[in-house]
Design a protein around this ligand. Structure first.
Ligand code: DAH
Length: 341
């Protein structure tokens, strides 16, 4: 009997020593110390012992029980300490690791230049209005004195959604929208920036999506001199006193007379280079006196009122502003480029 008790103690102690998890430990505890465990089973056989041996054997079994319960407790404590240590090791934070730096954004160069232009025209009493990029044929062409089958439509081929709905090719659409809304509120003095679209090839100075800034003034007694003065003030305020504009006669169906306006090349200063294609000048806008037909289409009496209008290519102004020699950079979203502004 004593040998049996000793052998249970020994094998239990060994088993506990090699336990790997708390589940295993619990299984061992049940196996040796539980109600159907081997120690309890031994106690049940004590009836077969001599009366004087029973208390001795009972005390031995009890000692072994206490010993093993102790061992189980020690093992449990060790297992949970190890688990805690493992968890701490997994969740360790190395405060010396480099952090994640949030990227600071900035305004796109086009937006920066646009904001500056809005400031300049606001100073001259213009307000800003916007128009839709998806337009009807009427606002994009017909109301601007470009009837169906007029060759001017060919130079501004667009992306058509239906036969009469298209992506606008020019911000001049907003002239019509503004005049038709403002018949009671003359004079008009507005600028309208926004995206325009043309079915165009991409090169250093052309893109199928670009930005224009339209200007429109309608009042009594407005002349070409007002147009020249306004654009000259704009160019000199933006670029400095030595910015030179050149007005060339041109044709636009919605203005009469019309002009194309060039600025001295910002790369070569007028000598001729690849950016200005050897000419020394870069075309930056179209302008003219609002055609009487356009005024009348908008319900404005052209014998009383006159007006001037212009449409600036914002990309070219921005390129001139920062000395950028390729328009594609403005839409490619290359961080190395954008971070410089
Ligand atoms: N809409 C013309 C274009 O995209 C530019 C333009 C020319 C606008 C003359 C005007 C203007 O307002 O009067 O080519």
């Amino acid at each position: 009997m004593k040998d049996q008790i000793e052998s249970i103690r020994k094998s239990a102690q060994e088993a506990i020593a090699s336990v790997k998890s708390s589940e295993e430990l619990e299984a061992l505890r049940v196996k040796f110390l539980g109600k159907k465990g081997s120690l309890t089973a031994l106690l049940r056989t004590m009836g077969s012992l001599a009366a004087e041996e029973r208390p001795i054997v009972g005390a031995m079994v009890n000692d072994v029980r206490i010993f093993l319960e102790n061992e189980v407790e020690k093992c449990r404590a060790a297992l949970s300490a190890a688990a805690m240590e493992q968890q701490l090791a997994n969740e360790v934070i190395d405060v010396t690791m480099p952090g994640k730096k949030p990227n600071l954004g900035s305004l796109h160069p086009l937006t920066q230049v646009l904001n500056r232009i809005i400031e300049i025209f606001s100073g001259m009493g213009f307000s800003v209005v916007e128009g839709p990029e998806i337009e009807t044929d009427y606002y994009n062409f017909t109301a601007l004195n470009i009837p169906e089958d007029h060759p001017a439509r060919d130079t501004q081929d667009s992306f058509y959604i239906t036969d009469s709905i298209l992506l606008r090719t020019q911000t001049s659409t907003v002239q019509i929208r503004t005049m038709q809304n403002h018949t009671q509120k003359l004079p008009i003095r507005i600028i309208s920036p926004g995206r325009v679209y043309r079915s165009d090839n991409v090169d250093a100075t052309h893109s199928p999506v670009f930005t224009q800034l339209e200007g429109l003034v309608v009042d009594k007694g407005v002349t070409m001199a007002d147009l020249k003065g306004t654009l000259d003030t704009f160019a000199k305020t933006l670029y400095g006193e030595d910015a030179v504009l050149r007005f060339r006669p041109h044709h636009f169906p919605f203005t009469e007379p019309s002009a194309e306006v060039d600025m001295s090349c910002f790369v070569c200063g007028g000598k001729g280079c690849s950016v200005c294609k050897g000419e020394g000048w870069i075309e930056i806008l179209g302008a003219g006196m609002v055609h009487p037909k356009v005024l009348e289409e908008c319900g404005i009496d052209s014998s009383v009122y006159s007006g001037f209008a212009f449409g600036v290519g914002l990309e070219r102004i921005t390129m001139r502003h920062y000395g950028i020699d390729d328009m594609r950079l403005l839409s490619e979203n290359d961080m190395r480029f954008l971070e410089q502004f």
